[in-house]
Design a protein around this ligand. Structure first.
Ligand SMILES: NC(=O)c1ccc[n+]([C@@H]2O[C@H](COP(=O)([O-])OP(=O)(O)OC[C@H]3O[C@@H](n4cnc5c(N)ncnc54)[C@H](O)[C@@H]3O)[C@@H](O)[C@H]2O)c1
Ligand SMILES: Nc1ncnc2c1ncn2[C@@H]1O[C@H](COP(=O)(O)O)[C@@H](O)[C@H]1O
Ligand SMILES: O=P(O)(O)OP(=O)(O)O
Length: 262
């Protein structure tokens, strides 16, 4: 990959899009992970305004520290960057307290995890509307078009996606060239939605490089029966996520009314 040229291409693309949309800048949720670090740095390099929003919800201290340090680094290097911490923990707790109780708490773990992502999306759009900015998404190609590993209308609810055509390993390559902090470069990817330290790999059962391999195999038409051992396991994991989450990758179904009924 011609990393420097890819960076220039994305920065120009962001700037052109914002100017055509008549928007003054970008809002990015900064979590302490690599995707939001790279996305926010690319936005900062446009010289348009960038608001970095930190939105902890019962967040691990190490994630908060990484996000803080990244934003401080951006602000030292780019005068167009500002920060906005918003503590969503009491908002989340209050919503949970208002919801009906369930018999088994386990049953709603996934639903509540996704609720966290949707509260963050709501917050980002609050600032986008207030300031006339666009919400820049942080999804990469494997998450968005491979396994659909994001929350529909949560972190998937964005105005534009600057890194969605880059594999996770390519996002790291951009991070290296952009000078993203070593703490972030070496942190295991996590969706941080569970109130514990589980990583994406713990949840999915395969690493991003493995999933990238499976995505490439799938795209060239390979099938599960062509693999054995770990390769077969990874390919099957990839296919399961890809199939189950297809609904996130295609336009939502619309019930068309036949002409004779109108
Ligand atoms: N970037 C990240 O790393 C990141 C961020 C957020 C979430 N995540 C992970 O992503 C996963 C998100 O969970 P999810 O996918 O169950 O939740 P989701 O809310 O994203 O998608 C499930 C919802 O989609 C709808 N749906 C289901 N099948 C459908 C179909 N066939 N057609 C139309 N709509 C359909 C339903 O409303 C269902 O509740 C979790 O594992 C979470 O940990 C990862
Ligand atoms: N704590 C957070 N503060 C701000 N923005 C956040 C936070 N956690 C997540 N985000 C945003 O959501 C996407 C996806 O998050 P994952 O951690 O990969 O699930 C992240 O890139 C941030 O933009
Ligand atoms: O989306 P981020 O920034 O939280 O990155 P990661 O998923 O690698 O933790």
């Amino acid at each position: 990959m011609q990393t420097e040229k890819v960076i220039t291409h994305i920065v120009d693309w962001l700037k052109n899009y914002a100017q055509k949309a008549n928007c003054d800048g970008f809002v990015v949720g900064v979590s302490g992970g690599i995707d939001s670090a790279v996305t926010s740095t690319l936005c900062a390099k446009t010289n348009l305004n960038l608001l970095c929003v930190e939105m902890p919800i019962h967040q691990g201290k190490n994630q908060v520290t990484r996000a803080d340090r990244h934003i401080e680094w951006l602000m030292e290097n780019f005068p167009n960057v500002n920060r906005q911490p918003v503590n969503l923990t009491p908002v989340f707790d209050s919503l949970v307290a208002s919801l009906p109780k369930v018999e088994n708490e386990e049953d709603r773990h996934m639903s509540l995890a996704n609720t966290r992502a949707r509260l963050r999306m709501t917050t980002l759009y609050y600032f986008a509307a207030l300031k006339g900015y666009l919400v820049a998404g942080t999804g990469n190609k494997v998450e968005d078009f491979g396994i659909g590993f994001y929350t529909k209308y949560g972190d998937g609810g964005v105005d534009l996606s600057p890194i969605a055509d880059l594999l996770k390993t390519e996002v790291y390559e951009l991070g290296r060239v952009l000078g993203v902090n070593e703490d972030i470069m070496t942190a295991p990817p996590t969706d941080g939605l569970w109130g514990d330290s589980r990583t994406d790999e713990d949840q999915i059962g395969a690493s991003y490089p493995e999933l990238e391999w499976a995505m490439k195999m799938d795209n060239i038409g390979k099938t599960s029966d062509e693999f054995t051992g770990r390769e077969k396991t990874v390919f099957d994991i990839y296919k399961r996520y890809n199939t189950n989450n297809k609904h996130k990758m295609i336009p939502i179904p619309i019930c068309e009314i036949p002409a004779h009924l109108k």
